[in-house]
Each structure stands twice: as C-alpha cells, then as structure tokens.
Design a protein around this ligand. Structure first.
Ligand code: HEM
Length: 173
C-alpha cells in the first residue's frame, strides 16, 4: 500500500514566486503601510479617550476633540488601507496567503466603523456622543486592536512584507 502523504505537495514550497513577500510600497525599503498605521491606531484610541472624558466631565470641548479625531482616524485609516491594498494586490507572495485576506477583511470592517463614527458626529457633535457615539468608539477601538495585532502577526509570524533573509531574488512570474 502506497503512503498517500508522499503524494501531497505544498503549492507555496513548489512555486518560488510565492516566496516573494517583500513590501513594494516602501521608501528606501521601509514599508509605508507600517509607517502610516500608527495614525489611525492612535487617533481611534483618542476618540474613545475623548468620549470617556466627555462622559466623565460633561465638558463639550471633548466632543469637538472627538469629532476631529474621528475625522483624522477615518482619513488616515483610508490612506493606510490604500497602501495595504496596493501591497496586497501587487505582491504575489502577499496576495496568495489567506492571512493577508483575513487582515484585509478586519481592516475593511474597521474602516466602515471609523467612517460611521465620524459621519454620525457631523452637525451636533455633542448630542452624538451618548450613547451611540461612545458605543461606536468602543467597537472601533476593539477592531483596531484586532486589526493591529493581526497586522503584527503577518509581519512577525509569517514574514509578510519582509525581505528574504537569504538575500537572493527568487524572481517573479
Ligand atoms: C484596508 C486594507 C489593508 C490591507 C490590505 C492591509 C495589508 C497589510 C499587509 C500586506 C501587511 C504586511 C506588511 C506590509 O506588507 O506592509 C500589513 C501590516 C500591518 N497592518 Fe495592514 N492592511 C490594511 C489596513 C490596515 C489598517 C486600517 C490598520 C490599522 C489598524 C492596519 C494595521 C497593520 C499593522 C499594525 C501591520 C504590521 C506593521 C508592521 O509591524 O510592520 N492595516 N497590512
């Protein structure tokens, strides 16, 4: 009886082009996406912080701060998302890994919530906070944590976006 396991093949191992996971949207080898994601992460957490401070103090200053931070989080999130998406579509080794697409799905859910959280505040930013605004801020913070953690997993666990350690160019097809 033949050993069926010997017939199994790993498509990633078989095709050299799938080893290429190096970031293509980069400045002098430093990926733009990694530089940009700090902004939506920090601004999303700032919206939640400002909402909590408004809830605690009742000072309307925090609702204006939250509105601008929500706008910045959405804008910078979209810009970071564009760089990530170009990377995903252009680099074969990134496109062919399912974990990249998991990150994409998480990120798109996050960007939808960031957009809604900003749009909801246009007009009466003070009335927008309690309870709907702050609920969206908690949701956005949770999704940011998941997306950011998963992005780190792509880089540090799966070496996605990194240069081959062998220093060789496996070529593309
Ligand atoms: C909308 C579509 C997005 C796509 C397609 C995408 C794709 C990627 C890819 C391919 C990587 C691997 C590194 C690289 O190639 O640069 C990555 C890393 C990462 N992503 Fe995204 N991303 C998206 C949005 C976001 C957003 C909105 C956030 C913010 C929470 C985020 C957070 C991260 C983080 C923290 C890393 C790790 C960076 C590092 O440590 O070097 N991503 N992403």
């Amino acid at each position: 009886m033949s050993d069926k396991r010997n017939d199994l093949s790993d498509p990633v191992e078989e095709r050299r082009a799938l080893h290429v996971t190096e970031s293509s949207i980069a400045i002098a080898g430093h990926p733009l996406h990694a530089m940009l994601v700090a902004f939506p992460i920090a601004l999303t957490m700032s919206v939640l912080g400002a909402d909590l401070l408004y809830w605690w103090t009742g000072d309307p200053f925090w609702t204006r701060a939250a509105g601008w931070a929500a706008f910045g989080a959405f804008l910078m999130g979209v810009i970071a998302g564009v760089t990530g998406t170009v990377e995903l579509l252009m680099v074969r080794g990134i496109r062919n890994r399912s974990s990249s697409w998991t990150h994409f799905i998480l990120a798109v859910m996050l960007l939808s919530v960031l957009g809604a959280n900003w749009a909801w505040r246009i007009g009466d930013h003070e009335a927008a906070v309690l309870p709907v605004g702050i609920i969206m801020s908690f949701l956005a913070a949770g999704l940011t944590a998941m997306t950011g953690w998963h992005g780190g997993k792509l880089v540090f666990d799966y070496q996605i976006g990194t240069k081959s350690a062998e220093g060789t160019d496996p070529g593309t097809d």
